[in-house]
Design a protein around this ligand. Structure first.
Ligand SMILES: [Zn+2]
Ligand SMILES: [Zn+2]
Length: 555
C-alpha cells in the first residue's frame, strides 16, 4: 500500500533571515517548528515587528497539534504572542526557552490559557502520529535543541540554529556520539541551519574567545564597558568568570539584559558570586579599575544603553577618556551603519573601542562550512533541505550537501510558502502559497499589502495638507477662505501665493459644481482632485490631501 506523503511548508525563515516558522504536515496532523519575528528595515514606518503570515494554519486550524520550539531567540519565539490567540495549541520547549516564552505570554495576558510543556533532551514523546525527541546543540543561548521527528514515512531531523563547540565555556559540548545515535544513519530528511553556509572553515570555540577577552580585560586601564546581546548568557557568564578572577564588580545597564541576568541567576543558568553584581549606585562609588559595566546595544540600536552612552546622552554613564569599550558581537546584516556610528562616537569621546573587525571579541552562534559538512556526515540523510537563511545561504548549503554525497535530486532549495510533498522515494514542490508579511505595532497587526502600509509609506514620502472648507448648505458655495494646515513641508513652502491659488481653485470648483446636485462625498472627491492638481502644478509635489467639508446654514 502506498503511504501518505509528508508535506514540508516553510512559512518564514527560508529565503530570509528571521521569522522562522516551519510546518510539517501528515494527513490530518500539523506540527509547527518555531514561531519567530523579524525586525523591520528602516523604511517601514510605524512597524515594530514582522511576523509570519499564518493564513494556511488558520485555514487548517483543526489539524494543528502543537508548536515545537528549538530555542529562545526572538527569531524563533517572538511571534508566539500573535499566533497563540489564533491557534491556541500547546507549546513544547526547553526549560530556559519556556521561561522566556512565559514572560512574553504573560506580557500579552495569554499565559493562563496557553498549555506550555517543558521538554528535556533525550526523552521521546508522542504527538499524534509523530514521535518526537529533542537533542542538545551548541548555540548562543542556553538549552538550544535540535528536533528528531519520527513520522510514518521516516525520520526527520531539524537542527535548529547550531554550531559545534568541543570546548564551550558554558553548557554541554557538542556530542557527536549522541547525534549519530539519534539518526542511526536512517534519517529520511535533514533540515539544517544555513545562516553561515557561506563562511569557510570552522567557528572559533568560546574557550579561545574567553582567553582573548580575559587578556583585554586584564590589560585595560580604567573602566571596562562590555556590550553584547541580552540573551547571550554564555558570554555574560564568561565575563562574570573573568571578573571573578580579577576581583572586579559587575554592573548591568539596560532593561532586557537586567531582566535576563536576574532570571538566569534565579533559575541557575548564571553562576555569580554573592555581591559581585552591583547596582549603578554602588558602582558609582567603586574604583573605576575594579568595575565592569555590562550593557545592551551591541548592534547600535538607537534606544540602547551603549548608543546613548556614545552620544553622551546616558543619564548615568559618561565616557571618561581611557575607558575600554568591548563590543562583543558582530553586526547583524542591516545594522552595520548603526554599529559603525556607535564606534565612531565612542572613539570621539576617547574611549578605546575593541570590536569584531579589529579584535578577537566575538564568536558567532552558527555553523560554518566545515561544521555543516560534519552535521551532514553524521546524519547522512536521504533528503536534504537547507533552512534558516537568505536564498544565497540556502544555495551555498545545498552545494555543501551535494559535495557530501547527497543526491542532487534529493536536495530541495525551497523558500517561504513552497509546499514540498515528500514520500520515502522522492519529493517535489506541488504548490506555492501566496504569503504576505504581517506587521505589528503596539499589539496591533496588519498585512503588508493593506491600505495602512500604503498610506504610511505615502505619508512618509509626501507629507499631508489638510483643508477645512465651509460651504453653504443650500447653494454649496464657499462661505469663507479654507483653513489650511500641513505636515512634512519646509516652513515657507506653502507660501501665501500658493494658498491664494488653492483658495481660488476651491471657490471655482464649488461654483462649477453647484448646479449638479452632487452628494457631499462627490463634492469632496472633486475638490480633492482639483487641489491635488493645483499643488502638483505649483510645487511639483504629490502630498496626501485631507478635506474636512462642513455644510453651514446661511440663514
Ligand atoms: Zn538562534
Ligand atoms: Zn535564528
Amino acid at each position: 500500500m502506498k503511504k501518505n506523503p509528508i508535506k514540508i511548508i516553510p512559512l518564514g525563515g527560508l529565503g530570509e533571515i528571521g521569522k522562522n516558522l516551519l510546518v510539517i504536515e501528515y494527513k490530518n496532523e500539523i506540527l509547527i517548528i518555531d514561531a519567530g519575528i523579524e525586525f523591520p528595515s528602516n523604511d517601514l514606518f510605524g512597524v515594530d515587528l514582522i511576523i509570519p503570515d499564518i493564513h494556511y494554519l488558520i485555514e487548517n486550524k483543526f489539524k494543528v497539534k502543537g508548536i515545537l520550539i528549538t530555542h529562545g531567540h526572538e527569531d524563533h519565539i517572538g511571534a508566539l504572542p500573535y499566533i497563540i490567540p489564533q491557534l491556541n495549541v500547546p507549546i513544547y520547549s526547553s526549560r530556559f526557552s519556556n521561561a522566556l516564552i512565559s514572560a512574553k505570554l504573560h506580557e500579552h495576558n495569554l499565559l493562563k490559557n496557553t498549555k506550555l510543556n517543558t521538554i528535556k533532551p533525550g526523552k521521546t514523546f508522542q504527538i499524534g502520529s509523530f514521535e518526537i525527541e529533542f537533542f542538545n546543540v551548541s548555540h548562543s543561548i542556553p538549552e538550544s535543541m535540535g528536533i528528531s521527528i519520527n513520522t510514518p514515512i521516516g525520520q526527520i531531523i531539524h537542527t535548529g540554529d547550531f554550531k559545534f563547540d568541543h570546548t564551550p565555556e558554558y553548557g554541554p559540548k557538542s556530542d557527536f556520539k549522541e547525534l549519530s545515535k539519534i539518526s542511526n544513519k536512517n534519517t529520511l530528511l535533514l533540515m539544517s541551519d544555513s545562516t553561515y553556509a557561506e563562511v569557510e572553515g570552522y567557528n572559533t570555540s568560546e574557550k579561545d574567545l574567553s582567553i582573548s577577552l580575559n587578556r583585554y580585560i586584564n590589560e585595560a586601564k580604567g573602566r571596562i564597558i562590555i556590550a553584547t546581546f541580552a540573551s547571550l548568557i554564555p558570554r555574560i557568564q564568561t565575563v562574570i568568570n573573568i571578573a571573578k578572577e580579577y576581583n572586579k564588580k559587575v554592573t548591568i545597564i539596560g532593561r532586557s539584559m537586567n531582566n535576563n541576568i536576574k532570571m538566569s541567576i534565579k533559575m541557575g543558568y548564571i553562576d555569580a558570586p554573592n555581591n559581585m553584581i552591583i547596582s549603578w549606585k554602588q558602582a558609582n562609588k567603586t574604583n573605576p579599575n575594579e568595575l565592569i559595566i555590562l550593557a545592551t546595544g551591541a548592534q547600535g540600536e538607537p534606544s540602547s544603553a551603549l548608543s546613548r552612552i556614545s552620544q553622551g546622552k546616558h543619564q548615568d554613564i559618561k565616557i571618561i577618556p581611557g575607558d575600554t569599550v568591548i563590543i562583543s558581537s558582530s553586526p547583524i546584516p542591516g545594522n552595520e551603519v548603526l554599529v559603525s556610528e556607535t564606534i565612531n562616537n565612542l572613539s570621539r569621546l576617547e574611549a578605546n573601542v575593541l570590536h569584531s573587525k579589529i579584535a578577537n571579541v566575538h564568536v558567532h552562534g552558527h555553523a560554518s562550512k566545515e561544521e555543516l559538512k560534519t552535521m551532514l556526515n553524521i546524519i547522512q540523510p536521504k533528503f536534504f533541505i537547507p533552512v534558516h537563511g537568505e536564498y544565497k545561504h540556502l544555495l551555498s548549503h545545498s552545494k555543501i550537501a551535494e559535495s557530501m554525497g547527497v543526491d542532487k535530486s534529493n536536495i530541495f532549495v525551497i523558500e517561504d510558502g513552497d509546499i514540498l510533498e515528500l514520500n520515502n522515494k522522492s519529493g517535489k514542490v506541488i504548490k506555492s502559497l501566496q504569503l504576505g508579511r504581517v506587521f505589528v505595532n503596539s499589539y496591533k497587526t496588519w498585512t503588508e499589502d493593506s491600505s495602512i502600509s500604503k498610506d504610511r509609506k505615502k505619508l512618509a514620502n509626501n507629507g499631508v495638507i489638510a483643508l477645512s472648507i465651509n460651504i453653504d448648505n443650500m447653494n454649496k458655495h464657499l462661505i469663507d477662505n479654507p483653513q489650511i494646515a500641513s505636515i512634512g513641508f519646509k516652513q515657507d513652502e506653502i507660501s501665501k501665493e500658493v494658498i491664494k491659488n488653492i483658495n481660488k481653485k476651491v471657490k471655482l470648483t464649488l461654483e462649477n459644481l453647484s448646479g449638479n446636485k452632487l452628494k457631499l462625498n462627490e463634492i469632496k472627491e472633486n475638490l480633492e482632485n482639483e487641489i491635488k492638481a493645483t499643488i502638483k502644478n505649483e510645487l511639483s509635489l504629490n502630498p496626501n490631501i485631507i478635506i474636512l467639508l462642513n455644510q453651514i446654514s446661511s440663514k
